[in-house]
Design a protein around this ligand. Structure first.
Ligand code: ADP
Ligand code: MG
Length: 192
């Protein structure tokens, strides 16, 4: 593992519902680090098939090359000499092993940026985002635009017409896999 003696290590969390711009913000921070010639590792989960293999992509088309892993403990094995920033997208796929891994990397002096869904499609806290937010130096909580009224949307819902098998792979945590065709951002008033 690289990094310094821990003085500049930090954990930054980007959280919110679907369409909030979490991946855009993650990619923005990765691009800034690359401009500053920092060594960057971008990590996605193998279960995240929406972007296609080898890249993390936003709904608006921003993208960055990434490595895919099956579990949180594989992330450390990808950290090379010179890696200074580790960016993890779709953190909800990694489960409750991720906070310990992210903490170990930040303790070792790396900047760790983690983006993910803070809520399930039925409006409950979605682990491990709450746990990550609790131990982060910075938390950026984003909202999307409500698809019904345009207010700030802190939630997303699964549309009735969505194919039944869209996120069966993740049941019972049931938060996400589909894209724009099966989920909509909603404000507090229109989430039910
Ligand atoms: P996230 O990673 O949070 O799901 P992305 O960064 O992939 O979000 O995409 C954000 C982009 O999605 C916005 O910049 C916008 O172009 C688009 N978008 C589509 N629907 C919405 C919506 N309801 N609210 C906000 N942005 C939306
Ligand atoms: Mg995203």
């Amino acid at each position: 593992m690289t990094g310094d003696d821990g003085r500049s290590g930090r954990l930054e969390v980007i959280a919110g519902p679907m369409f909030a711009g979490k991946t855009e913000e993650l990619v923005r921070r990765v691009h800034r680090a690359q401009v500053a010639r920092r060594g960057v590792l971008v990590v996605a989960h193998e279960l995240d098939t929406r972007s296609g293999p080898g890249r993390v992509a936003s709904h608006s088309g921003l993208e960055v090359p990434s490595r895919s892993v099956r579990a949180a403990d594989e992330i450390q094995t990808l950290v090379a000499d010179g890696t200074e920033l580790v960016a993890v997208d779709e953190a909800q796929f990694f489960g409750l092993d991720l906070p310990d891994v992210a903490t170990a990397l930040a303790d070792a002096g790396l900047v760790v940026v983690v983006a993910g869904l803070s809520v399930t499609f039925d409006g409950r806290p979605f682990a491990p985002l709450p746990e990550l937010m609790a131990v982060a130096e910075s938390v950026t909580k984003l909202t999307a635009v409500c698809a019904v009224c345009g207010r700030d949307a802190a939630f997303h819902v699964r549309l009735e017409a969505a194919p039944a098998d869209v996120d069966d792979a993740l049941a019972p945590t049931s938060g996400h896999v589909g894209g724009a065709e099966s989920y909509e951002a909603r404000c507090r008033r229109h989430r039910a």
